[in-house]
Design a protein around this ligand. Structure first.
Ligand code: FMN
Length: 262
């Protein structure tokens, strides 16, 4: 793990929670394996991206191995606010990872949305949407052991086919103290199908914390529309080439997440 972490935390006006409370369009770079590393984050921050995530990092490897930390995480003074996304399935392991990263980041995010077969088989990612108690324990552990109320603890989920289960999950997470929930509006089986914005709207109406709607937003206009449709703080993938505010690229896989505060 490397980086000049001094000054990253507590940067005035840049605490993630403040971004949500500011009531204006906030641009967020989504967690993307292989892409959302320091160089990419540095680039998108130059183009008015307000909040960046790292790619998903397996918390157990991060805790166990200095080599894993060195290869998975690099930061610098300008790299804030920064959310480090972990894959985890044990509360203490997530907590240990959070304690290591705390001086270098502004919050952690628990991945409960990755639908990849390897992740699900290991008990990571989207299989956690079926384990609300475990999610609650993990969030609670981090909350109890990180002595910094400004340090955010968020989760990113996919939806269930039975939406009541997602609402239950989100309400339990809210009661435990998650800072916000990013909802990718597809279920575990869905890849490129239309996003269920109606489901995100129901979730938004069932909790009081910020909900970040995620999935299938290509332009700022899309983000505004989804914000309007769902009432959520909107987040999603914005292809650079389609946004006036962002650098041009021919790589369709390079994308940012867009979020709008309600
Ligand atoms: C290349 C790539 C890598 C991704 N890696 C992650 C990841 O590490 N963690 C995560 O929560 N989501 C990851 N995602 C999902 C995105 O954060 C986002 O939820 C998704 O791209 C939105 O759906 P859409 O692409 O249909 O708009 C990844 C997506 C892509 C395209």
């Amino acid at each position: 793990m490397s980086g000049d972490g001094e000054g990253i935390k507590g940067c005035p006006g840049k605490e993630p929670g403040e971004l949500f409370r500011a009531g204006r369009l906030v641009k967020v770079c989504a967690p993307m394996v292989r892409y959302s590393k320091l160089a990419f984050r540095t680039l998108v921050r130059k183009y008015s991206c307000d909040l960046c995530y790292t790619p998903m990092i397996v918390a157990a490897d991060f805790v166990r191995s200095a080599k894993a930390r060195d290869s998975e995480f690099t930061t610098n003074k300008g790299d804030n606010p920064l959310i480090v996304q972990f894959a985890a399935k044990e509360a203490q392991v997530l907590c240990d990872a959070a304690r290591i990263i705390c001086p270098f980041a502004d919050g952690i995010d628990l991945n409960c949305g990755c639908p990849q077969r390897w992740a699900m088989a290991e008990g990571y990612g989207a299989c956690l949407i079926n384990k609300p108690e475990l999610v609650r324990d993990m969030v609670r552990h981090v909350r109890n052991q990180i002595d910094n109320p400004g340090f955010s603890v968020s989760i990113k989920i996919r939806i269930h086919e039975d939406l009541k289960r997602t609402v239950d999950l989100c309400q339990k997470a809210e009661a435990t103290g998650v800072s916000w929930i990013t909802v990718h509006g597809r279920n575990v089986e869905e890849r490129h199908q239309p996003v269920h914005y109606d489901a995100i709207k129901v979730i938004k109406e069932s909790v009081s914390i910020p909900i970040v709607a995620n999935g299938d937003i290509k332009t700022l206009k899309d983000a505004e529309n989804v914000h309007h449709l769902t009432g959520a703080d909107v987040a999603d993938t914005l292809a650079y080439s389609e946004s006036k505010d962002l650098p041009q690229t021919k790589n369709p896989e390079i994308s940012i997440t867009e979020q709008v505060s309600c």
